[in-house]
Design a protein around this ligand. Structure first.
Ligand SMILES: Cc1cc2nc3c(=O)[nH]c(=O)nc-3n(C[C@H](O)[C@H](O)[C@H](O)COP(=O)(O)OP(=O)(O)OC[C@H]3O[C@@H](n4cnc5c(N)ncnc54)[C@H](O)[C@@H]3O)c2cc1C
Length: 547
């Protein structure tokens, strides 16, 4: 559809893409004398942040220490965490919790002492997860959004999807000077000129058929940064949550791991066989990645769409009381978990890799920052430890804003930008191409580049990805853009990056498991998989050399 209005150029100092924890925190930490424009492509509350249930990790207990938080994170990260980054993030944990409290986040207290109630999650050797019941993310997002709305220097534009970065190429030096973004309600594509741009666009889990993430996680920031010349790293490390409700209508429905903790069994549909003991002596209590791999194995072996998670042997009253969210969520899809098994599939949950950044969140492109799930900071290594991601969002949002506040005035104001040109495109008469390619991409990524990989499957996926890439780029050149087309173009780019990283890693480590190289290769300790936009320079490098 053609735009309803003529293109406009907006001017600002700091342009932030994303209204999750990272974007909102960066906006609040910006010098109030600077003009901030914050864009999000859906409603302001639609983001992964909004769905985070567990909480934020921080050392807040006498029995805990920063050294333990550091060693737990490093051990989860399978030899690829950057120790200096882990140290910095763990050091800042308690301060970030205080910052959130100052913004109005009331964490769940522990009544006897009045201190915060802390939970313990997978990989953590101590209780160190501060939370607000089981809706921590929603509370954080609402509190930060309230604060942002009260800031006169911050302007919020919702339902605006960034299409591409604008890069000034001058005398061999490149600089990010803004973006083009489409208002998804009017279809107008405006230019936003800025002295610096912060990508806080979240992860890319929507590249897979099943995901726990909301629709916003389509890797837009990653793809835009890559097209603009930034390196990306460690894209092969995709974290899968083992049990998401299987129903075509059920989006983002995690079935909490506590169900397995309380005795739920994983069974094959039909025979009812409990299959986990064949994979691990701990059965359903094995770590997340082992359970996800076992489910994937059985689904692929038997051609199943899902397996069953069954806790119906427990008394119904107990279940309703212990799992009110899971119970009501299942009932929405006509499943009564007190007397029926729940159909579940593993689902893409977290993107560990991302745009390579330094300690301030700076990318390879001057003027461009990346923070939150879109970034590769070196914190997570080959596997993210639960509840470290919100903390990372906050620590790097502070770092990026601090850097901008200090350095921005020294930069020359950006030059004029060229308005978006739609003169050579027409309205598509074949929207089916977009929907078909969406489905195809997410299906082959699930089948070939999912939890268990092989070199042959990766080659198949790469072949299909190349064909789709060409077709989508041609479509993008010829027709007016829409949110679906913008996201599809980005997803196919991200799929290509995931496949390339996975092909480069000839070992099994952390979240990357391949049947052709099932062992960890100690020679690859500390080696990130770094992709360079300049062809032919993709090399696994020592972490210390990546920046
Ligand atoms: C179900 C679930 C539970 C989780 N639980 C926890 C937990 O307990 N603890 C924890 O630490 N982590 C948890 N995580 C992970 C954590 O929530 C995310 O890593 C974190 O919230 C990411 O924040 P972010 O600000 O980087 O991105 P997001 O919160 O995903 O925000 C992305 C923003 O970018 C915007 N955007 C994207 N593309 C564009 C574009 N092209 N143009 C304009 N705007 C754009 C979106 O509209 C959105 O506003 C969970 C994740 C999920 C899905």
């Amino acid at each position: 559809m053609a735009a309803d209005s003529a293109p406009v150029t907006h001017d600002t100092d700091i342009l932030i893409l994303g209204s999750g924890a990272a974007g909102l925190c960066a906006a609040l930490e910006a010098d109030p004398r600077l003009r901030v424009t914050l864009l999000c492509k859906a409603s302001p509350t639609e983001s992964s942040t909004n769905y985070a249930q567990g909480g934020v990790s921080a050392v807040l207990d006498d029995k805990d220490s920063v050294a333990l938080h550091v060693s737990d994170t490093i051990s989860a990260g399978g030899g690829l965490c950057h120790p200096e980054v882990v140290q910095r993030v763990a050091d800042r944990g308690a301060a970030m919790i205080r910052w959130l409290q100052d913004q109005g986040v009331n964490f769940t207290p522990y009544p006897p002492s009045g201190e915060l109630h802390l939970t313990q999650e997978g990989g953590h050797s101590r209780r160190r997860v501060a939370h607000v019941a089981d809706h921590t993310g929603r509370t954080i997002q609402e509190a930060l959004m309230e604060q942002v709305k009260s800031r006169p220097n911050v302007e919020l534009h919702s339902h605006c999807i960034a299409v591409d970065l604008i890069v000034q190429r001058h005398a061999g030096e490149n600089r990010c000077i803004g973006i083009y973004a489409q208002d998804t309600r009017t279809n107008a594509v405006d230019a936003y000129r800025a002295r610096c741009v912060i990508l806080a666009t979240g992860g890319a889990s929507k590249v897979y058929l099943y995901t726990s993430n909301p629709d916003t996680s389509s890797g837009d920031g990653l793809a835009m940064a890559w097209r603009a010349g930034c390196r990306v790293a460690n894209m092969e490390f995709i974290q899968f949550h083992p049990t998401c409700l299987y129903d075509p209508r059920a989006k983002s429905s995690l079935m909490t791991e506590a169900l397995r903790g309380e005795g739920a069994k994983l069974r094959l549909p039909g025979s009812g066989e409990e299959f986990m003991p064949r994979f691990d002596e701990r059965g359903e209590l094995a770590p997340r990645d082992i359970v996800a791999r076992a489910i994937d194995h059985e689904m692929k072996r038997l051609g199943l769409d899902y397996v069953h998670l069954d806790i119906s042997h427990k008394p119904a009253d107990e279940l309703r009381e212990a799992f009110p969210n899971a119970y009501s969520r299942c009932l929405e899809y006509d499943i009564d978990l007190t007397c029926q098994p729940i159909p579940v599939v593993p689902a893409a949950h977290y993107t560990c890799g991302g745009v390579v950044t330094d300690r301030h969140g700076c990318t390879d492109l001057p003027g461009l920052y990346a923070i939150g799930e879109v970034a590769h900071t070196g914190l997570h290594g080959a596997n993210r430890m639960a509840s470290n991601s919100l903390l990372e969002c906050l620590v790097f949002a502070h770092a990026a804003s601090g850097h901008i506040n200090e350095t921005l005035s020294r930069d020359a104001p950006p030059p004029e930008v060229i308005p978006w040109d739609e003169s050579r495109v027409s309205d598509s008469d074949e929207e089916v191409v977009v929907s078909h390619n969406w489905d195809e991409l997410r299906r082959f990524m699930w089948d070939y580049v999912g939890i268990v990989r092989t070199s042959k499957r990766l080659e198949r996926a790469q072949h299909r990805c190349t064909l789709l890439h060409e077709e989508i780029n041609e479509y993008y050149r010829d027709f007016r853009i829409s949110r679906d087309l913008i996201e599809l173009r980005n997803l196919v780019q991200v799929a290509d990056l995931i496949i390339r990283c996975a092909m480069m890693r000839r070992e099994s480590r952390g979240l990357h498991y391949t049947l052709d190289y099932p062992e960890l290769d100690p020679a690859m300790d500390g080696c990130d998989t770094v992709l360079h936009p300049e062809a032919g320079r993709d090399l696994p490098l020592q972490a210390a050399v990546t920046r």
